[in-house]
Design a protein around this ligand. Structure first.
Ligand SMILES: Nc1ncnc2c1ncn2[C@@H]1O[C@H](COP(=O)(O)OP(=O)(O)OP(=O)(O)O)[C@@H](O)[C@H]1O
Ligand SMILES: [Mg+2]
Length: 235
């Protein structure tokens, strides 16, 4: 569904990524892990069109979309969920969902909303609440709901579990696996919490200082003691 080929990117002239390549298929979670500042968030931003691409390309459903602006990529079915600022905080949950579905007809909107709330029933009781009154985990659910309102096919999620209580982390990661298993989505999951991301993903990408050090079976990464210990703090 999504193929990233030899992507080099950064901010204006600043180089951050030195050639990253991978694919994400339907029903697949790719976990992107690596130390702070290694370029994980930059990778998502470059794919979505929010960082400077210096070379390589992004192919979505067989089409080169590298240079398209973010809103066009979103329309094609690519969603980017940044760690913060992924919702409209001053609006209610309901208004956020409506915003996400603003191009839909009234009937479609109603149908889509029901679909999304049946997948994410946790947020149903909060529809009338302003997002800034929600917990971190609930906000992540709202961001996910917004992507689903647009029927995103690939969701790129940046550190959704940062600063959440362990119980909430578990719930959120379970929902992410359901994005794959129930809805058939492709997911790129950037996680600080390397072990839990590696446990749920199908493939893992390790970035270190903007270079792709590993791409493959997450179990191979976990069992590579040097890599796992040096870069991920996994024993
Ligand atoms: N908007 C920006 N302008 C200039 N440099 C930036 C910008 N955003 C990030 N960088 C730099 O790019 C490099 C990679 O940052 P990035 O945020 O992609 O890392 P990360 O792997 O997501 O780190 P973390 O785990 O802390 O979130 C860092 O050196 C950072 O300082
Ligand atoms: Mg980051």
């Amino acid at each position: 569904m999504l193929a990233v080929k030899e992507l080099k990117a950064g901010y204006d002239k600043l180089k951050v990524l030195y050639g990253v390549s991978f694919e994400v298929r339907e029903r697949e979670i790719l976990a992107v892990v690596g130390p702070n500042g290694s370029g994980k968030s930059t990778l998502l931003k470059a794919i979505f069109g929010l960082a400077t691409v210096h070379g390589g390309k992004v192919v979505f459903e067989g089409e080169d979309i590298t240079g398209l602006p973010p809103h066009v990529k979103a329309k094609r079915g690519l969603a980017y969920l940044p760690q913060i600022g992924n919702t409209f905080e001053r609006l209610t949950v309901y208004e956020n969902l409506m915003m996400a579905g603003y191009t839909l007809s009234k009937e479609e909107l109603k149908e889509r909303m029901e679909e999304v709330l049946s997948f994410l029933p946790y947020i149903a009781p909060y529809l009338g609440r302003k997002v800034w009154n929600l917990s971190g985990g609930e906000r992540q659910m709202v961001a996910m709901a917004m992507a689903l309102m647009r029927r995103a096919k690939v969701l790129m999620i940046d550190e959704p579990t940062a600063a959440l209580a362990p119980k909430v982390v578990k719930k959120l990661l379970r929902k992410i696996t359901e994005l794959r298993d129930v809805l058939g989505k492709g997911v790129i999951l950037v996680e600080q919490n390397a072990r839990s991301a590696l446990e749920i993903c199908d493939r893992a990408l390790l970035l270190v200082a903007g270079k792709q050090i590993f791409l493959g079976d997450p179990n191979d990464l976990l069992s590579d003691r040097d890599l796992a210990r040096t870069y991920l703090g996994v024993k």
